[in-house]
Design a protein around this ligand. Structure first.
Ligand SMILES: *Cc1c(COP(=O)(O)O)cnc(C)c1O
Length: 373
């Protein structure tokens, strides 16, 4: 059993393991009209824009809800009702964007790629050339369904060359993998509190080009998800339009202080990259193979093939690993049986070693012996 003096470690891509300081930041109550709270929101927004170097061109619009709410809000606000969106699709979160567009009644064109291949900028450019009616491209940066990294700079370059808008779901990369809005032409970057920034879940945010947001008044089908309305109200009052997730905001503000103390994006990204390498090496030693080739693997979450052994059952495996103090994540692929292990959160190399040891003990206990990976 894991020791009861702490929660099991979350090896998942959000919610994830947060620091004690971040949890302690939630031990207060705030009023939504209170100037001190609204100052925190303002600071938070400025800091989030700075992480992607957008201060001269972009603004941050925070939104209540999980990350998907912000993705839906960005699409519903920025894509006009008669717009048409190209969705390069190599995984579950790309497919979710296609579903959202269906709900919104915005036309979508899917450009499929195999789940183990990054989206290809040349194919995206060809699709844009072939269809001048496409107004926007909606691209997932790190596809968390597998852990693959899509080549954002190349994609941004072709989308800009073809004069279309680019909306990026950077949910699982924001804060750990560099996105520089000074050099990349991106209309909107969507992310959330509870991923690489190591806050708790409950709010998303969209870093949106000010001109694109200003032009988007009246586009949105939904009051609650209208980013233009949220932003305009916040500009006027400094307050959130509707009840803010006060504890989540406070926790994210505190998490960002720790992010800066750690050394910001480069240092956080390097810690996750070390976690990722240690995880893959350790699991290989147990005979577990990663699904992706190393050159396309983002240092965020790793998909492993399920052990090819008749005694393996994910639920039992999950439960036994959980008893040892670690929470894994199921796979999201339909063709092959997999499971996933996150590299993000308030975790370091010693934690990864312990996870690998727990997985090894669990496999041995179940009589699952594998050849070297
Ligand atoms: C986590 C995540 C989302 C949002 O998922 P929620 O369950 O709504 O938080 C969207 N896109 C990607 C790529 C993600 O990793």
């Amino acid at each position: 059993m894991y020791s009861t003096d702490r929660d099991p470690l979350l090896l998942t891509p959000g919610p994830l393991t947060t620091s004690l300081r971040t949890k302690q930041a939630m031990l207060h109550d705030w009023g939504s009209w209170d100037a001190a709270f609204n100052r925190v929101t303002g600071e938070l927004c400025r800091q989030l824009v700075d992480i992607v170097h957008g201060a001269d061109t972009h603004v941050c619009v925070p939104l209540q809800g999980s990350g998907t709410f912000s993705v839906e809000a960005a699409l519903g606000t920025l894509v006009p009702r008669h717009g048409k969106v190209l969705v390069p699709n190599n995984g579950a979160y790309c497919a979710r964007i296609v579903r959202i567009l269906g709900y919104l009644g915005r036309e979508a064109v899917e450009l499929p790629f195999p789940e183990d291949c990054p989206a290809d900028p040349a194919a995206i450019e060809a699709a844009l050339l072939a269809d001048p009616a496409i107004t926007h491209v909606a691209q997932v940066h790190c596809e968390t369904g597998t852990g693959i990294l899509n080549p954002l700079a190349g994609i941004a370059a072709v989308v800009a060359r073809q004069g279309r808008g680019l909306i990026v779901d950077a949910m699982s990369s924001f804060g750990a993998i560099d996105i520089d809005l000074r050099s990349l032409a991106i209309d909107a970057v969507v992310a959330a509190s509870g991923k690489c920034l190591e806050g708790v879940p409950g709010m998303g945010f969209v870093i949106v080009r000010r001109a694109a947001l200003e032009a988007a008044a009246g586009n949105c089908h939904s009051l609650a998800l209208d980013l233009h309305d949220q932003w305009a109200y916040m500009q006027k009052t400094t307050q959130w339009r509707f009840t803010p997730p006060t504890h989540v905001v406070a926790a994210l503000h505190e998490a960002l202080a720790q992010y800066r103390e750690e050394g910001g994006l480069a240092v956080r990204g390097a810690r996750y990259a070390r976690n990722c390498v240690a995880l893959i090496e350790g699991m290989r030693g147990l005979g577990l193979r990663p699904f992706l080739a190393p050159e396309v693997q983002a240092p965020i979450i790793v998909t492993f093939h399920a052990p090819a052994h008749p005694a393996y059952d994910f639920k039992a495996f999950y439960e036994r690993v959980r008893e040892r103090g670690f929470i894994l994540y199921p796979g999201k692929l339909t063709r092959v049986e997999t499971f996933r292990v996150g590299c993000i959160g308030a975790l370091g190399g010693a934690d990864i070693e312990k996870v690998v040891a727990a997985v090894g003990e669990t496999l041995r206990e179940a009589g699952i012996v594998l050849g070297a990976g």
